[in-house]
Design a protein around this ligand. Structure first.
Ligand SMILES: [Zn+2]
Ligand SMILES: [Zn+2]
Length: 127
């Protein structure tokens, strides 16, 4: 699977918690993360201290670039989702496989503000 943003080959990264761990695809270049359907819901409760540190989000122009799904065969265009309370966090999701692409810093922002639940609710509305 290749990064929808910079086409680098994604490597696997494990996000750990005391009770659970989930494998996600991570871009070594831009630091983006790809979550397959249900993977984001699994890390609802997972807080990794290293991830809680706030980092800079990509610029809005960068976030609004159109991306294509790295997981589906015909690479459909990813849809944009904006967090209802903070328009700085723009995530990409695939309407077909329900995967989610988070740019570097977005997972941190979401975990900080407890937004994971909101996003997984948002995704459930799509299914
Ligand atoms: Zn990348
Ligand atoms: Zn897809």
């Amino acid at each position: 699977m290749n990064c929808p943003r910079c086409q680098q080959i994604l490597s696997t990264r494990t996000i750990n918690d005391y009770n659970a761990s989930v494998e996600v695809d991570n871009c070594p270049d831009c630091g983006g993360l790809w979550f397959d359907k249900d993977e984001l819901a699994q890390i609802d409760m997972i807080i990794e201290p290293r991830l809680v540190e706030i980092r800079h989000l990509p610029s809005e122009a960068e976030q609004l670039k159109s991306l294509h799904c790295p997981s589906c065969n015909n690479s459909p265009r990813l849809e944009k989702g904006v967090h209802p309370r903070d328009r700085k966090v723009i995530f990409d999701y695939c309407p077909y496989c329900k995967g989610i692409w988070l740019d570097k810093g977005e997972l941190e922002a979401i975990q900080q503000e407890n937004w994971l639940l909101t996003i997984s609710k948002f995704i459930r509305r799509l299914t």
